[in-house]
Design a protein around this ligand. Structure first.
Ligand code: LLP
Length: 478
């Protein structure tokens, strides 16, 4: 996958993998939390899939398709897994100063999900007033919420401070005055972190470290902008400087970049302590831990591996710098909610086309597409798919799953081996769609967005209802 945050493509069809790439089938569900399926997905004796103890045919009959199906127990276990792993690796027994895990709500946020992750020991990271409103509606206490954003409005800052958010991550020099002004007006002190760009960018399998950044987030370490911001914040009585923040990218499988970034921000923390006497109590190392989308794209790190790696990096850097270790926070989104959901589609038109290489490809059209999952079109993201409603009765063939939108780049799965007998009316499941699926969904072609169904112990409930064409028309003033 390409660097997702910086190089969106406009022509996914043209950039799709070479036609000759071998098509691979989705791995079978096996309950492995590192796999592509959420842990409760099973294939029954008649070949149909179940999730959360419910047969997907029952879900489709009751709620329709397309639908995002979120495995509640799986999501809770992932959230709890992070809370426990970070508590262990950063506890006093480990010689550390503690850690907080913030769930990055941009991956997917609903009132129930915010409540669940908070019940499992996480805090909630929000990036807009909308995400903040969902977290507050869920009853997450203000002090357990963080607010990010490179262009926060005065209204967003005021709401955050009125609810006593635990931290606001300052992203630019002009924002210092904005946050201080909002705090002054409310007669409070605003707890802030400063987002620092260290020059480390990661994504996919490798990271790169460069001296210059040409992107919108944060304050650059190399140019001195971060140091300047810290100086200004320390001079402002309305602001309480908690620490530094670094986020290096997303869908990262190789953790090496985190050590480089941690060293950079810990070095700045030590410099500021030397110069001003203020030793910042906290460092946030961001999110970005990768997951498996196809089962053939690498093994994602576990929360325990991530926590141990980060703890080792922080311990070593602080020992070298001669500074006490700070409290650490992280902000995973994708790796908590991504594998917990699948999208259930109904197959419509199936069409075989001849390819330039002499081979053939079967185009399987489903009842959703780029409006419910923009990631393949936007980032050339790879997914896999499986026949979900029955056992196959034919060998697999090279297939492409496409949506119903008026655009040839409307691809759900570029290249996958599906049974040759997949036909109109079959259910297809695409795993690992929990992150950045519903949260980036659109109404392109006036297609209503699918519901999010939570399944657990044989019961389903609607977390976010399906949109209707009436909902869309209700916005149209005529
Ligand atoms: N913290 C900050 C400051 C972030 O910018 C992000 C993601 C996260 C945490 C959570 O990262 P995660 O653990 O989910 O990778 N729409 C893209 C991903 C954009 C990520 C933006 N920031 C995608 O669909 O791949």
């Amino acid at each position: 996958m390409r660097d997702e945050q910086h190089e969106p493509s406009v022509d996914a069809a043209a950039a799709a993998p070479a036609v000759a790439a071998p098509a691979q089938a989705a791995p079978e569900p096996d309950g492995d939390p590192r796999g592509v399926w959420s842990t409760s997905v099973r294939r029954g004796p008649d070949g149909s899939l179940s999730v959360g103890g419910i047969d997907v045919r029952e879900l489709a009959a009751e709620h329709g398709t397309p639908a995002y199906v979120l495995d509640e127990a799986d999501l809770r276990a992932r959230a709890r897994g992070y809370a426990d792993a970070f508590a262990a690796a950063f506890g006093p027994e480990a010689g550390m100063a503690g850690a907080d895990v913030y769930y990055a709500g941009k991956a997917f946020l609903s009132v129930a999900v915010a409540r669940w992750v908070h019940e499992e020991g996480l805090r909630v990271d929000t990036a807009t007033g909308g995400e903040l409103a969902v977290a507050l509606r869920a009853g997450v206490p203000g002090e357990a919420i963080g607010l990010h954003g490179n262009n926060k409005s005065d209204a967003e800052l005021a709401t955050a401070l009125e609810h006593g958010v635990g931290r606001i991550v300052v992203d630019s020099l002009p924002e210092i005055e904005k946050v201080a002004g909002a705090a002054r007006r409310l007669g409070v002190r605003a707890p802030v972190l400063v987002r620092v760009t260290t020059g480390v960018h990661a994504g996919g399998h490798e990271f790169i470290a460069t001296a210059h950044e040409d992107q919108k987030f944060g304050l650059s370490l190399a140019s001195g902008a971060a140091a300047k911001a810290l100086e200004e914040i320390l001079a402002r009585p309305e602001l309480e400087l908690l620490g530094l923040h670094s986020h290096i990218g997303s869908q990262i499988l190789d953790l090496a970049g985190f050590e480089v970034a941690a060293r950079a921000v810990l070095g700045l923390r030590a410099d500021v302590a030397r110069r001003s006497g203020h030793l910042m109590p906290e460092i946030d190392l961001g999110g970005g831990y990768g997951i498996s989308y196809t089962g053939h794209d690498g093994v994602p790190p576990t929360p325990a591996e991530i926590a141990a790696t980060l703890a080792g990096a922080v311990r070593r850097a602080c020992a070298d710098l001669g500074t006490p270790v700070p409290r650490i926070s992280v902000e995973p989104g994708r790796s908590i909610v991504g594998p917990s959901a699948l999208t259930l589609y109904t197959v419509g038109t199936v069409k075989e086309v001849a390819l330039d290489d002499g081979g053939r490809r079967t185009y399987v059209s489903v009842d959703g597409g780029m409006s419910d999952n923009i990631r393949p079109a936007l980032y050339q993201a790879e997914y896999t798919a499986a026949l979900a409603s029955r056992a196959p009765a034919a060998e697999v063939v090279r297939s492409r799953v496409v949506g119903k939108h008026c655009e040839s780049g409307d691809i759900v799965v570029h290249n996958v081996a599906l049974p040759a007998d997949v036909a109109d009316g079959d259910l297809l499941a695409v795993p690992a769609t929990g992150a950045y699926g519903r949260s980036m969904a659109s109404n392109y072609n006036m297609v209503p967005r699918p519901p999010v169904l939570a399944v657990r112990d044989g019961r389903a409930r609607v977390l976010v209802r399906r949109e209707t064409v009436e909902d869309l028309l209700a916005l149209d003033e005529g």
